[in-house]
Design a protein around this ligand. Structure first.
Ligand code: ATP
Ligand code: MG
Length: 250
């Protein structure tokens, strides 16, 4: 299959710190590709580069055939990269539907990726928002305020917000962070249900989740990619065990 998202020697330095260092990564269309690595390895910074939160120090990013290096975040969202954050970013005083509607509206485009013109697209936006809430199992709570739902449901809502943008690539930064075992189980099922429908890049610390859902895994350590492979290959990789699994989650 073709690669949908690709980086070439991507680097980002903060002063003397090389947070991301020469990362060349290829994400296949339709796959679930996980990024793992110890705290501070550069995973979230990689997402920040991919989504245009800040430009790389050097290197390139391609989405499909298009070079998107240096494209600002709001434009990247229009091109079809959607993310959920490591920390929750919902509007507490908005209803669930309004939260998702806002995201759907902000990134509305027709099937060619062109911007809609004015109000003719409102029905479509509404439909996409409802569908995104349905996809994460929150359809029945669409009129609840975001602050009224549980923490686990807020993370589901976050996912719906990302889905409402009708992304080509979905970037998930620790979607199960801070969730109870039961909420985690639900989130894993949710991510699995999205597999195949979206190209997904997942950052996650919980190894059991990673090993169960990933098609491929890339391992970061001090800003660099030190390994890539299937879950079985990564589990058997001695470098990875030393750098990561050995110390943290073996
Ligand atoms: N905006 C910033 N300014 C300065 N340093 C930063 C910035 N963002 C990240 N860093 C540093 O870059 C390194 C990589 O951080 P990053 O958040 O990407 O790690 P991570 O792999 O996501 O870690 P975690 O698993 O804890 O979320 C860390 O040393 C961090 O302190
Ligand atoms: Mg992080």
């Amino acid at each position: 299959m073709a690669s949908l998202l690709k980086t070439e020697s991507l680097s980002k330095s903060f002063g003397a710190l090389a947070a991301v260092a020469g990362v060349s990564l290829s994400i296949e269309e339709g796959s679930l590709h996980s990024i793992i690595g110890p705290n501070g390895a550069g995973k979230t910074t990689l997402f920040n580069l991919l989504t245009g939160t800040f430009p790389p120090t050097s290197g390139e990013i391609f989405l499909g055939n298009q070079r998107i290096t240096g494209t600002p975040a709001h434009q990247v969202a229009h091109l079809g990269l959607a993310r959920s954050y490591q920390r929750t970013t919902v509007f507490p005083a908005f209803s669930l539907l309004d939260n998702v509607w806002t995201a759907a509206f902000a990134t509305r485009r027709d099937w060619k990726g062109l911007l809609f013109k004015k109000s003719s697209s409102y029905d479509d936006v509404q439909e996409r928002a409802r569908q995104a809430l349905g996809d994460v199992g929150l359809a029945e709570k669409q009129n609840h305020l975001a602050r009224e739902i549980s923490h686990g449901e807020q993370r589901q809502l976050e996912l719906a917000i990302a889905l409402a943008a009708a992304p080509r690539v979905l970037l998930l930064d620790e979607p199960a962070a801070g969730l109870s075992p039961e909420e985690t189980r639900r989130m894993v099922e949710l991510v699995r249900s999205l597999k195949g429908r979206y190209t997904i890049v997942l950052i996650e610390h919980k190894m059991d989740i990673i090993m169960r859902v990933s098609d491929r895994i890339s391992v970061m350590h001090f800003g660099r990619l030190i390994a890539e492979g299937t879950p079985a290959e990564i589990q058997a990789n001695a470098d990875v065990r030393r750098a990561y699994l050995g110390g943290m989650a073996a």
